[in-house]
Design a protein around this ligand. Structure first.
Ligand code: NAD
Length: 488
């Protein structure tokens, strides 16, 4: 099979000059192709091209940018099968989930095409009658976008779409695990002026060079807490803007008021929230706090449903859960499960490789009795693992939910309005989902409290992340002010 492995720099496709990246298919463990990274010199060229594209792009009226952004959405949708196939090849997730990702990416461009047409600031009350004052929102300039492998296109589009809509140009770097799906995007940007979008492959060194690059005004990063911390420090060192989306350890609270049918539904919702993309979602539910009254029924329903799921070839439409992305990620999740079991936890189901001779398959795991201080309860797992813990009261559930330094998302199942309002006010997380886990909305901000992030993507907040606010104060008369010198 032929792959598009060239970088997009200044509107041209060029071969990378840097180190080779071997792309592995996690379902077969075969090397699909080797992609040449960008060299640091090529990154410089990409930044120069993005800088050269700023004047025309930044000055284009939003109404003229909008059809160009909608055109990107159309081109993305037209490539759904190609892009979905590439993501499934690189990550191992079921094709259905990859197709969804292309659709959500396209919708994000449509959203920002329209949202950016409605305002570029606001009019504020002046302090004297002869004056007029406004806030003008201007683009930063060049935005460097650094993304992880788990939703390679969506998380990139959450950056590119608002950055372009705000009048910035971009230099984008996918994860070294997923260069193919990102480089295959090159032609969706064909109708933009050259240099507006640049795509460079590379690993940590190119990410680090982006964070430190004097020609990059803002870095939009998604990835782990450890890497995000480095990016934040590199940006702070040169006072560049940074938007950081990092890891999580999301809680999932189940209240006893939801009744028998609700327990069954919340078990299915919990399994989906824990196992989607083989548990490799930043907002995967990784800690379940279930009221004692319904705990036994909930665990039984969760285990039964987990056993019914189909683990297998991600290209087979019957497959619910494909392999994990790599041996390293699988090993990390298994190590947390094994350490919890060694400390007294019970593994009720899962943990094997689904009988597959090859591939990083991990049967989804349900555990009870996991010690509260184990890594499985306190550190990001990023695998299909659900530890379930009984709680006596809502207060205990909320205290446990808030007990870690993460605060990305949180889920609650309840029919009680008072419980819902208490949770939405008291749970410290950037997204709180009540009775509908993990549902994002282009119009709603996405991001983390505490170590999970600084800044927001999506919504009008996600547009402001790529705009600088300028206060403009005008007086219609030229006169000396009575508060000037002399004071005496
Ligand atoms: P990672 O931090 O290892 O890598 C993320 C990106 O940073 C990659 O492109 C990588 O090449 C690059 N990078 C590596 N070292 C760098 C450096 N020194 N400077 C700059 N860039 C560097 O993360 P990952 O393993 O690719 O992704 C999984 C992590 O991403 C998980 O922790 C997950 O929770 C998080 N994530 C967060 C969100 C969110 O929106 N908050 C969404 C998805 C994933």
């Amino acid at each position: 099979m032929e792959f598009q492995t060239k970088l997009l720099i200044g509107g041209k496709l060029v071969e990378g000059d840097g180190a080779g990246i071997e792309v592995e298919n996690p379902a077969t463990e075969e090397t699909v192709v080797t992609v040449a990274s960008a060299s640091v010199a090529q990154l410089d060229q990409a930044v120069a091209a993005a800088r050269a594209a700023i004047p025309d792009w930044a000055s284009m009226p939003a109404v003229d940018r909008a059809p160009l952004l909608r055109n990107i959405a159309d081109r993305l949708r037209a490539k759904t099968e190609e892009l979905a196939g590439l993501m499934t090849t690189e990550i191992g997730r079921p094709l259905l989930e990859s197709r969804d990702e292309v659709e959500w990416s396209a919708a994000c461009f449509e959203y920002y095409a329209e949202v950016a047409r409605s305002e570029i600031g606001r009019v504020i009350p002046p302090i004297e009658a002869s004056q007029f004052a406004v806030v003008v929102k201007e683009p930063h300039g060049v935005v460097g976008c650094i993304v992880p492998w788990n939703f390679p296109l969506l998380l990139l589009c959450w950056k590119i779409a608002p950055a372009l809509a705000a009048g910035n140009t971009v230099v984008c770097k996918p994860s070294e695990v997923t260069p193919l799906s990102t480089l295959a995007l090159a032609d969706v940007f064909d109708d933009l002026p050259d240099g507006t979008v640049n795509l460079v492959a590379g690993a940590g060194e190119i990410g680090s060079a982006i964070s430190a690059h004097p020609g990059i005004d803002c870095v939009a990063f998604t990835g782990s807490v450890a890497t995000g911390h480095k990016v934040g420090i590199a940006c702070a060192a040169r006072n560049a803007r940074a938007n950081l989306e990092m890891g999580g350890k999301d809680p999932f609270i189940v209240c006893s008021d939801i009744g028998d049918e609700g327990v069954q539904i919340a078990a299915k919702g919990g399994a989906w929230a824990a196992y989607l993309n083989a548990g490799q979602v930043c907002t995967s539910s990784e800690r379940f706090y279930v009221m004692e009254d319904v705990y036994d029924d909930y665990v039984a329903a969760f285990v039964d449903f987990t056993k019914s799921l189909v683990i297998g070839d991600p290209l087979d439409p019957k497959t619910d859960i494909g392999p994990m992305v790599s041996a390293v990620q699988r090993g990390k999740a298994v190590a947390q499960v094994e350490a919890a079991v060694a400390a007294g936890a019970e593994l009720l189901t899962g943990g094997g490789n689904a009988g597959r001779p090859k591939g990083h398959y991990l049967e989804p795991c349900v555990l009870t009795g996991v010690p509260e201080d184990s890594d499985l309860m306190t550190e990001e797992t990023f695998g299909p693992v659900a530890p379930i813990v009984p709680v006596k009261t809502l207060e205990e559930a909320i205290t446990k939910a808030n007990s870690l330094d993460f605060g990305l998302g949180a889920n609650i199942y309840t029919r009680d309005l008072n419980t819902a309002i208490t949770c939405l006010k008291q749970v410290r997380a950037g997204s709180v989902w009540i009775n509908d886990p993990l549902t994002d909305n282009d119009a709603g901000p996405f991001g983390g409290f505490k170590n999970s992030g600084i800044g927001r993507e999506l919504g009008t907040e996600g547009l402001d992340a790529f705009r600088e606010a300028k206060h403009v104060h005008m007086d219609s008369v030229i006169e000396a002010k009575d508060w000037w010198y002399p004071y005496g």
